[in-house]
Design a protein around this ligand. Structure first.
Ligand code: ARG
Length: 458
């Protein structure tokens, strides 16, 4: 029984099935570096306040560093009898140092330890995902730069609506990703409080220095209520929610580009390197990467759901349910990381089919709203202008022509306020130039947004 660190009050062996059921080492071994980082600072704090000697502290730090190298090199032996990463590392230390190793867990519980480890891990994960978000923003910015002048049909309800510059389109995703970064930074700020020192749930009678530990581990402060912080997993829900929105953004974009790469749209050619073929239809080139980015969103939403249900109804302080928090966290981080990586590859490698897009811009009356706004500027009430242009559109449909093909007589028959200068509002190129509001697709607006993003992302 002695081998279990908590075995003192137990007379019988743990049932093997219980060991298998309760272990977390199969997944929480990913925390080893953060666990050791926290333990090293904890040991230094214990020495500072005199709970262990400087010499003992040096032995512990040395031992932990060796264990870290062993795990990193794949030489460390894991087994479910030792339950989790915390007990593995501690018992390896005790095996090396005997009684000195048995002092490391002074003034600490696995409850505050695991919360500290997961916070440190999540903080690093957020920073790595932020780098990927910047990379994808740059890929979209580059797409905007490659096609600054190309006009796209803008859609609402997936029906042709108004023309937009490709740069405006690409910057729409840069903005979404900027909000994603901002949200993660906000979640990071709230998670960056030190739990260690809360001990099991109530704190400790020992003279610890939590501020020192917080400072050394880069936390912005120390959690003020031991009961609260031992149970708190808000930071995981927040982080995974941020990841879910990233996945949702990627999923909408992927859907759009799947459509754009169809023969029906043919706006976009995906590089062979990101497509796969069919085992039966030799001609096929399928956008599987985009489909999987869209599909994996389901997993991330599932992780968020798992966390929300996991913490529902938990009474205060640590409950073993919380061990399950790491699986959805790791899965959401891994999934979003790889989706972001592949999204950057696709955005950088895709080719917009400029001629094909341009050759169909006359379809769909993309200039109709601009014409209506021309009428408003001539003093026609908006509702009247809307009706006039609606009738003109239907006239064009009956003649199979564009608004720009109508004669001045046709226009004036529909509305006498229309003059020769109407030509400046007709056709997609004129319609784009006519925009002027802040944040619109007006060329000078888009240019200044591009300039701003180039500076921000350089
Ligand atoms: N493996 C546990 C977890 O991940 C560590 C904390 C266990 N604490 C306890 N009192 N059994 O949550």
């Amino acid at each position: 029984m002695a081998e279990k660190p908590w075995g003192g009050r137990f007379a019988d062996q743990t049932d093997r099935r219980v060991e298998q059921f309760t272990e977390s080492i199969s997944f929480d071994r990913r925390l080893f570096e953060h666990d050791i980082r926290g333990s090293i600072v904890h040991a230094r704090m214990l020495a500072r306040v005199g709970l262990i000697s400087e010499a003992e502290c040096e032995q512990i730090v040395q031992g932990l560093s060796e264990i870290r190298a062993e795990i990193a090199d794949g030489l460390f032996h894991f087994s479910i009898e030792k339950e989790d990463i915390h007990m593995h590392i501690e018992s390896a230390l005790i095996a090396r140092l005997g009684d000195v190793g048995r002092k490391l867990h002074t003034a600490r519980s696995r409850n505050d330890q695991v919360s500290t480890d997961v916070r440190l891990w999540t903080r690093d994960a957020i920073d790595a995902i932020d780098d990927r978000l910047i990379e994808l923003q740059r890929a979209f910015l580059h797409l905007a730069d490659r096609h600054a002048d190309l006009i796209l049909p803008g859609y609402t309800h997936l029906q042709r609506a108004q023309p937009v510059l490709t740069a405006h389109y690409a910057l729409a995703y840069v903005e979404k990703l900027a909000r994603d970064r901002d949200r993660l930074a906000d979640a990071r700020r709230r998670l960056n409080l030190l739990p260690l020192g809360a001990a099991a749930l109530a704190g400790t009678t020992l003279p610890i220095d939590r501020a020192f530990v917080a400072e050394e581990l880069g936390f912005a402060g120390v959690a003020a209520n031991s009961l609260d912080i031992s149970s708190d997993r808000d930071f995981l829900v927040e982080t995974v929610f941020c990841l879910t929105l990233i996945a949702e953004h990627l999923s909408g974009w992927a859907e759009e580009w799947i459509l754009w790469s169809t023969q029906e749209f043919n706006f976009l050619t995906l590089p062979d390197a990101v497509c796969t073929g069919s085992s039966i239809m030799p001609q096929k080139k399928n956008p599987d990467v985009l489909e999987l980015i869209r599909g994996r969103t389901a997993r991330v939403v599932g992780s968020l759901q798992t966390l929300l249900v996991l913490i529902k109804g938990l009474p205060l302080a640590y409950n073993r349910d919380l061990q399950e928090d790491k699986l959805p966290l790791f899965d959401a981080v891994d999934t979003v990381t790889s989706c972001l990586e592949l999204a950057s590859v696709v955005v950088s490698g895709a080719r917009l089919n400029r001629e094909r897009i341009a050759s169909r811009l006359d379809e769909g009356f993309l200039d109709a709203t601009t014409l209506m706004e021309y009428l408003i500027l001539k003093g026609v009430p908006q509702r009247t202008g809307h009706e006039v242009v609606g009738k003109l559109v239907s006239l064009c449909e009956s003649r199979s022509c564009r608004l720009a093909d109508l004669s001045l007589a046709d226009f004036q028959a529909a509305c006498p306020a229309i003059a020769e200068d109407v030509v400046h509002s007709l056709g997609v190129a004129n319609a784009v130039k006519a925009f002027r509001s802040y944040g619109s697709t007006a060329p000078d607006q888009v240019q200044s947004q591009l300039a701003e993003w180039r500076t921000r992302l350089s």
